[in-house]
Design a protein around this ligand. Structure first.
Ligand code: NAP
Length: 308
């Protein structure tokens, strides 16, 4: 029986691992389908405190990994596919069909940005295709960019990008924004943002170096197609929390985000929650790290309560 299993190895999971390992809990980290989480696919991270010159996302993750390992955290390239919460312990099923038992579980399985599912997509991520304006916006100064989506995320990203880009096209599949009125009003009042309504992106058009140079658009009303030159495409069509293994077993909101009570605690004894798997608002590396810390401290408190 393990003392603590941590599901996920992004910022939240690794911070939980550092704290749990330093608390002598000998945690086992199940790294998941995307080891390192969303930071492992970004480039320069300029807003993580302590790095005035920024730090590469993958480097930041490697540092956290090394720090957790130094204090005794163990790692396994496994994904959790099922979960069973029993009265005094928890069982998780791995992708190799094996079940593990643990006294406490920290779920930090993150969320994955939705993309369009077009050809070349995976190759272009980090080469002019991204889902994070706060991470990558500053690299696109004085060039045209586009944002895809019509919700609050798209509105927020578009407004943020006006600080850098020469022009921000907001490409939305309908003729009305889904974003809250205040955000929609701001977007529509901004000279630098040009909405392109009733339109979808049908193809990414990279240059010969493999960097994004344009997108092919199709007007869904007229079926007209045209090319739009852009240096970067910011996809903001929502995120999906990685909670498939926990659906129907732990409390989630209608979109599948896990619901945490008092900071990191779930309703099930011994199950703690950290990071984007429960965060539909901030979604920042530093907030994920903070909640990973809280989850590990809560787990430590819970385990010492069991020993009494
Ligand atoms: P969202 O509200 O679900 O909006 C997603 C947008 O992407 C919608 O406009 C949707 O179009 C479009 N979309 C979805 N799939 C698409 C596809 N395959 N192709 C093209 N377009 C597609 O997601 P979100 O903007 O990430 O917001 C999620 C939640 O977080 C919301 O509750 C939001 O209010 C909240 N949030 C709040 C703030 C804030 O208050 N500052 C900031 C960000 C997010 P349709 O409109 O046609 O469905």
């Amino acid at each position: 029986m393990e003392k603590v299993i941590i599901v996920g190895s992004g910022c939240a999971g690794l911070t939980a691992a550092i704290y749990a390992a330093r608390g002598n809990l000998n945690p086992l980290v199940l790294e998941g389908r995307q080891p390192g989480g969303q930071l492992s696919t970004t480039t320069l991270v300029e807003n993580f405190p302590g790095f005035p010159d920024g730090i590469d996302g993958p480097q930041l993750i490697m540092n956290m990994h090394a720090q957790a390992e130094k204090f005794g955290a163990r790692f396994s390239y496994s994904e959790v596919t099922d979960f069973e919460g029993l009265a005094d312990h928890i069982r998780v099923k791995l992708d190799d069909e094996k079940w593990l038992e643990t006294r406490a579980l920290i779920i930090a399985s993150g969320a994955a940005a939705r993309y369009l599912g077009l050809e070349n997509e995976e190759k272009l991520i980090g080469h002019g295709l991204t889902s994070c304006a706060t991470c990558d916006g500053a690299f696109y100064r004085n060039v045209p960019v586009c944002v895809i989506g019509g919700g609050d995320s798209a509105a927020e990203e578009a407004l943020f990008l006006t600080k850098f880009a020469s022009k921000v096209y907001l490409i939305h599949r309908r003729d009305k924004l889904r974003a809250s009125k205040i955000m929609a009003d701001r977007v529509l009042a901004c000279d630098k943002i040009e909405p392109i309504w009733n339109t979808v992106v049908t193809r990414y058009l990279p240059d010969e170096k493999g960097e994004m140079s344009a997108v092919m658009l199709r007007n869904v009303a007229t079926h007209e197609e045209r090319e739009l030159p852009v240096a970067c495409v910011f996809v903001a069509i929502g995120h999906d929390p990685n909670t498939k293994a926990f659906q129907g077993k732990l409390e989630t909101d209608p979109d599948g985000y896990l619901l945490a009570r008092h900071l990191a605690e779930s309703k099930h004894p011994g199950v703690f929650i950290a990071g984007d798997v429960a965060d539909r608002v901030y979604k920042q590396a530093v907030t994920a790290a903070g909640s990973g810390c809280a989850a590990a401290l809560e787990a430590e408190k819970y385990l010492s309560g069991l020993e009494k």
